[in-house]
Structure formats: structure tokens, C-alpha cells
Design a protein around this ligand. Structure first.
Ligand code: APR
Length: 308
């Protein structure tokens, strides 16, 4: 079984590395516009794998034919944020790239599922969907798992428990308009309200919203380790058909009273991609926040230049 990762930069190469270490894929193709770069990255990762005891083969190339008949295509190419930029500032530069690479890869892998990582995430998932013209269950935007792992990290520090024991779901767009679900957060089944108030939780949510920006300011470019680990979770759930529930950016067709956009919602992930969108009963406050988040994404979509 073959998986193609488009973009051999920080996120793409880390996805290849983490995925290869799991030894669950026969072949990974790492594609980049920079030919030698993807070859170099692939060689370096390949030479690590005997130590990590994995048999995964990795090929670096700029030739799309190498991706033919991939089961999953992971799109990480494009431009990352620099300090002072929001994810939304990348919109038209990345839309053109995402549209181009989607068209190239769907032609060669007509049955593939797509995992979109490039930002602004919810809009790039939409661009890929409009270009690929395939069932929306096969286009999955990676954002909620990342936002959730950042939240679990900050929360674990605040209440002094293991982040592994924290269960959480965040809805909405990947960015400032993410929607916290205090009522659905727990620690080993214990409701979070036993550990901290909603007001204290709001401070953690604020840190989570700024989590990506904090790293951009420290590194001068956007994060890659937590994003690539989040991608691997999605890949594993699809390959193992494990029906795990994660918050992913999915195309809405009326769920939560919203349609014609990608937005973070809980989904069941299995071998066919998004097998179900889980609809939670939100209260008025949560609904209003989700609507605001949707309006932001729709506004961004309206700013898209015409893409091919
Ligand atoms: N086809 C293939 N690869 C491309 C193309 C293209 N048309 N255009 C750019 N690339 C490649 C670049 O050559 C580079 O290697 O995409 C890669 C991007 O890597 P980085 O600059 O390291 O960016 P990264 O940190 O990996 O982020 C990529 O993921 O998390 C998001 O916001 C982030 O949108 C950004 C994306």
C-alpha cells in the first residue's frame, strides 16, 4: 500500500518520518517541487529505519507518476506563516498550489483519500474538494486533533495531570474562532468542571488559540512536529479502519445547521475516510460560537481568487 505526501518541507518530512517509524505502510512517496530536496529528505529518513525497525520504503521525487495509485494523499505543500502573519494571509498563494497538486494527484490516484494540512486549513480543504470533485467523505482537513493536543498539553500543566488522560473535542475553524467544548472535556471520565471553572478553562483555550502563533514567533516558521503527529493519527485510523472519533475539518451539508463549507466537527474515521459526522447537541453559546466560526470561514472562501 502506498501513501503520497506532497510537500517535503517541515511538516511533510516529519509526517514521512513518523509514519515510516510505525511500519504500517509499504511505500511512502515524498513529492516536492524541489527535486533534490525530497530525495535528500527521503534518504535521511530511510537510513534511520533499520534502527527504528521499519520496512517502509520511502521515495523522494518531483515526478507525480511515482504517486500513481496511492491510497492516501497528504497535502502539506505551500507556504508556512512567518512572524506577524495569520494563517489567513496565506490564502491565495496556497489555494493555487493546493488546486494544482490536487488535480495532478487525483488524476493518478482516482480512489485516494486526501488529508489536507496546508493553511488556511478549512479553506484549503474546500479548494481541494472543489478541484478533486470527489465525494466529500474522502477529503479530511487536519486541524482539530492538533488544536486538541495543544489544549490537552496546556490543560495538563494547569491541573497537573497526564495529558494522555484528558479527552477533549474542539469544533470550528482552525484559528482564532475555534470553539471550545467545556462540557465535553473530561479527565479519565471525570468532568473537567471538577478540576477548574469555565472561566479558568477559557484562559487555557485562549492559550490554545495562540499556540501556533507562539511557535511561529519562537521559530520564525510554523510548527511541524505536533501537526505531523496529528496527521499520522488520521492515517492510522483510515488504514486500520478503526472508527476513531476525532475532530477534523469536514464538508458540511446541513449538519449543525451549516452547509457548503469545511469546518471542524467530530467525525468517525474508517477505511472510506469520513464515515460519519457526529452531531452534538450544542447549547446556545456553543452554537453562536460555531456560527461565528463558520461565518469567518465563509468570508475567507469569498476572498478566494478564481482557482483552476
Ligand atoms: N508542489 C509541491 N511542493 C511544493 C509546491 C508545489 N507546487 N509548492 C511548494 N512546495 C513545497 C516547498 O518546496 C516546501 O518544501 O512545500 C514545502 C513546504 O514546506 P515548508 O516551507 O517547510 O512548510 P511547512 O512548515 O511544512 O508547512 C507547510 O503546512 O502547517 C501548514 O501552515 C503550514 O501551509 C503550511 C504547510
Amino acid at each position: 500500500m502506498k501513501i503520497t505526501i506532497i510537500g517535503a518541507g517541515n511538516v511533510g518530512a516529519s509526517c514521512a518520518s513518523l509514519l515510516a517509524q510505525k511500519d504500517i505502510v509499504k511505500k511512502i512517496v515524498l513529492l516536492d517541487i524541489r527535486e533534490k530536496f525530497s530525495e535528500g529528505k527521503s534518504l535521511d529518513i530511510s537510513q534511520m529505519l533499520s534502527i527504528m525497525e521499519s520496512n517502509t520504503e520511502i521515495i523522494g521525487s518531483n515526478n507525480y507518476y511515482k504517486s500513481k495509485n496511492s491510497e492516501i494523499i497528504i497535502i502539506t505543500c505551500g507556504v508556512p506563516r512567518k512572524p506577524g502573519m495569520s494563517r489567513d494571509d496565506l490564502i491565495n498563494t496556497n489555494a493555487e498550489i493546493i488546486s494544482f497538486v490536487t488535480k495532478k494527484s487525483i488524476f493518478l490516484s482516482p480512489k485516494a483519500k486526501f488529508i489536507i494540512v496546508s493553511n488556511p486549513l478549512d479553506v484549503m480543504a474546500y479548494v481541494s474538494y472543489m478541484t478533486a470533485k470527489i465525494d466529500s467523505s474522502r477529503i479530511i482537513g487536519m486541524a482539530g486533533i492538533l488544536d486538541s493536543t495543544r489544549y490537552r498539553f496546556f490543560l495538563s500543566k494547569k491541573i497537573n495531570v497526564s495529558p494522555i488522560d484528558i479527552q477533549s473535542l474542539l469544533l470550528g475553524g482552525h484559528g482564532d474562532t475555534m470553539v471550545p467544548l467545556y462540557r465535553y472535556t473530561s479527565v479519565s471520565g471525570i468532568p473537567i468542571k471538577e478540576f477548574l471553572s469555565e472561566e479558568e478553562n477559557d484562559i487555557i483555550i485562549d492559550k490554545t488559540k495562540k499556540g501556533g502563533e507562539e511557535i511561529v514567533n519562537l521559530l520564525g516558521t510554523s510548527a511541524w512536529m505536533a501537526p505531523s503527529a496529528s496527521v499520522v493519527k488520521i492515517v492510522e485510523s483510515i488504514l486500520k479502519d478503526s472508527k476513531r472519533i476525532f475532530s477534523c475539518s469536514a464538508f458540511l451539508t446541513g449538519q449543525y445547521g451549516l452547509k457548503n463549507l469545511f469546518l471542524g466537527v467530530p467525525v468517525i474515521l474508517g477505511k472510506s475516510g469520513i464515515e460519519k459526522i457526529v452531531e452534538l447537541r450544542l447549547n446556545q453559546k456553543e452554537n453562536n460560537l460555531l456560527k461565528k466560526s463558520a461565518d469567518h470561514v465563509l468570508n475567507m472562501i469569498s476572498k478566494l481568487d478564481k482557482f483552476d
